[in-house]
Design a protein around this ligand. Sequence first.
Ligand SMILES: Nc1ncnc2c1ncn2[C@@H]1O[C@H](COP(=O)(O)OP(=O)(O)O)[C@@H](O)[C@H]1O
Ligand SMILES: [Mg+2]
Length: 368
Amino acid sequence: MRTGILQKGCVYAMKKRILLAFGGCSTEYEVSLTSASAVLAAMDRSRYDILLLGISKEGQAFYFTGKEEKIAENTWQEADCFPATVSMSRGKPCLWVERGERLEKQDFDILFPVLHGKNGEDGSLQGLCEMAGIPVAGCGMESSVIGMDKVLAHTLVALAGIRVPKSVVLREFSEYGHKRGEIEALGLPVFVKPVRAGSSFGISRVVRAEDMEKALREAFRHDAQVVVEEAIEGFEVGCAVMGNAEPFAGRVDEIELSQGFFDYEEKYTLKTSAIHMPARVAAEDEERIRKSAVTIYQTLGCRGFTRVDMFFTKEKEIVFNEINTIPGFTAHSRFPSMMRGVGMEFTEVINRILELAWEEQNCGREQE
Ligand SMILES: Nc1ncnc2c1ncn2[C@@H]1O[C@H](COP(=O)(O)OP(=O)(O)O)[C@@H](O)[C@H]1O
Ligand SMILES: [Mg+2]
């Protein structure tokens, strides 16, 4: 077998079997189908054999052997789907596939979750991988859990000395009664958000006090905890970060809004907003933003890759917003374009992500 030498003397067998998971029991199921199709189109087939694990919106897992185009069309469940389970036992990672009466075993080397939001990006799948000793692309269980929880992430990042928006957390709607004063002290507008969600689901920008109750109810439909945040004036910037022990940052991008905020529709249509890559900031400000992104990445214990989102104020202050441990992954998505900005093409980004997963699990423990 051809081998490649990576940092720290880790030996990486060149042809690996990748179990690529797509779909997911999450409101971001459709987003995952788009990301997964783009990842599949860019993957280097001379280095990787791909097995597909499709997860329906209801959370059923299938080994999918049909045409890859069916993923983007969301017709993959029509045929060539076999119920499947990832083994939780340690040893060679494997998938058990039900083929009628017969159980078939499919070995693989690395699990690549191209899943967004709940049950994929939130640490649950990563926990299963940790238990089974499966190399998993991207963040591990702990940082995935923290990254999904906007309040937990803010608390830890604030401890690292980076500003976060002032906020009030509600653990049930009835707390609104006695927390009303604290919420009013944040001023207006405020952002009302489910603590654990993504793609702007359940988020409202509240400008008038009389709209607060409706916004809270909407956010509580998406999660059992809701956070009300002061609005940060300025614009949102993102920075792609990759690596395990020695993370490095890509370029910084900027979201230009002409109205409202970066809601679900804007994220996927860019009707009234624009993304500038690189961000229109001075070189020294971009450097500060990149440094903060790496500090945030390390503070939250990230590995593999993460997109760190921050606000940049008129006073040139950096304010943390959130991290996305599995950011959007189409060829035109923000993460790949920020990496392209430092000379790394999409295919290379994917190769590196898979190598990092392998190194994390195997370096120092196994030589092939
Ligand atoms: N505190 C805030 N100040 C200003 N804008 C905000 C604030 N929080 C969120 N937003 C706006 O709402 C969008 C979605 O919020 P975000 O916390 O990033 O949630 P999601 O995980 O759904 O992307 C952001 O991209 C930004 O436009
Ligand atoms: Mg966001």
